[in-house]
Design a protein. Sequence first.
Length: 93
Amino acid sequence: MLTPEELSSVGKQERDSVFSGEMVKFEKVLLEEAKKGSEKVHIPAPNVKGLFYYDERQEAFASYLRDKGFRVQKDIEICGGVRQDPSWYLYIY
């Protein structure tokens, strides 16, 4: 009989390969933002098989980063007095 652990590991290898490739690109952005003195960086939403919506992809990558030990949090930005939709950020400090 299939266990929950086996079921979750089926797509995990493909997802991890996509996220590790995205992490290589994201590391460059993190280094640039750290040099500028930024406190937080917007988390990208890489294309992952089975996830269509931007929010789902971004949340999956945020979960991957959290598992790697990074501090991530969902925040709301206000631009021009208008409250924007919540988005995920990685905190540098």
